[in-house]
Design a protein around this ligand. Structure first.
Ligand SMILES: [Zn+2]
Length: 92
C-alpha cells in the first residue's frame, strides 16, 4: 500500500520533531508545499499536532504566541533575522 504524502509527513512527525525544511528534504517537496500540508494537518489533527515555537538565535526571544506554521522572518525584539525555524511533531 502506498502512503499518501500527508500520511508520510504525519508518520515522520510521530517519529521525530522536524522543521519544515527537514520535512521538505525527507519527502522531496518544496518548503512551501510542506507548509500547505502542515496547515492541513494542524486543522485535521488538532489534538495530536504540535509545534515547538520558533526562537530568535540572537536574543533568545521565543515566538510562543505564533500559531502560523511558517517561519517568522525577523525578531520583533532585536530585529535579527537569525531565527531558529519551528519544529513540528505529531503524537501517535
Ligand atoms: Zn531577537
Amino acid at each position: 500500500m502506498v502512503m499518501t504524502l500527508r500520511k508520510e509527513i504525519i508518520a515522520l512527525l510521530e517519529n521525530e520533531q522536524l522543521t519544515a525544511r527537514e520535512i521538505s528534504q525527507a519527502v522531496h517537496i518544496t518548503v512551501k508545499e510542506v507548509y500547505g500540508h502542515l496547515e492541513h494537518i494542524s486543522r485535521t489533527r488538532r489534538g495530536a499536532f504540535g509545534m515547538q515555537p520558533a526562537q530568535c538565535l540572537a536574543c533568545g526571544f521565543v515566538f510562543a504566541k505564533r500559531t502560523k506554521v511558517t517561519s517568522p522572518s525577523r525578531c520583533p525584539i532585536c530585529k535579527s533575522e537569525h531565527i531558529q525555524d519551528p519544529y513540528f511533531f505529531c503524537k501517535g
